[in-house]
Design a binder for this molecule. Structure first.
Ligand code: HEC
Length: 201
């Protein structure tokens, strides 16, 4: 099995949990805030252990108060093999999928998922206690996307929550608490995958 970076705080209780996404931690049967389509299947694969803090016991699945609907990211419907994960771009795609990048970055301005036409395009305005944050275009577009940014700039976004222009990123993208724990090779893999996103504007 390949060794993958662990997201979130590991828990020794994890061993008793099925590898599933969606709830905050083992034994907390709250409704999900994460669409399971991002990782339900993928987490069945060799990297199931990366969700030690985001699983629920098989015998006590969460109770949802509303019907869940989610669209699976194209290409992420089936588990990833060790062989697939050895390819940096595919590994980056896998990591980005379970890291929910496209939950925000593929949203159309109206908030609906746009995996078919807005994959990485951004444009949705998120509102919260932090005020407003416009989801950035992370496609490889040279001017509208990240095409002209260096790997170091992009990595800093993930590991420090600082934008390419030095700004402190607002809460939706202040994810450094997770990404700074990742192995360099895994951060590199995410960047390698980002570079392959077809340019959109
Ligand atoms: C919860 C929503 C959300 C998720 C999940 C998310 N992002 Fe973001 N991202 C944003 C928002 C909003 C911004 C703009 C933040 C700001 O301007 O303060 C942003 C900005 C960025 C930027 C641009 C930073 C800059 O220099 O301007 C990059 C690159 C990026 N995200 C990559 C990613 C990657 C890669 C992932 C997954 C590993 C990811 N994002 C996950 C919402 C999200």
């Amino acid at each position: 099995m390949l060794s993958l970076t662990a997201f979130g705080a590991g828990s020794s209780e994890a061993g008793s949990c099925a590898p599933r996404c969606g709830s905050r931690n083992c034994h907390t049967k709250t409704a999900t805030i994460n669409p399971g389509g991002f990782c339900r299947k993928a987490a069945d694969g060799p990297a199931a252990v990366i969700f030690p803090a985001q699983c629920y016991p098989e015998d006590a699945p969460p109770v949802y108060k509303a019907a869940m609907h989610y669209d699976v990211i194209p290409g992420a419907a089936e588990p990833f093999s060790d062989e697939t994960l050895a390819d940096p771009v595919k590994r980056g795609f896998y990591l980005a999928t379970i890291a929910h990048c496209m939950e925000c970055h593929a949203r159309r301005p109206d908030g609906t998922p746009g995996y078919s036409d807005s994959f990485g395009k951004g444009g949705h305005v998120m509102t919260g206690p932090y005020g407003q944050a416009v989801v950035v275009n992370i496609t490889s577009h040279p001017t509208k996307g990240i095409g002209a940014w260096s790997d170091a700039q992009i990595k800093r976004t993930l590991t420090e929550g600082i934008g390419h222009d030095g700004r402190v990123l607002k809460q939706p993208m202040a994810r450094q608490i997770y990404f700074k724990k990742m192995k360099d090779a895994d951060i590199d893999a995410i960047v390698a995958w980002l570079r392959t996103l077809p340019p959109l504007e």
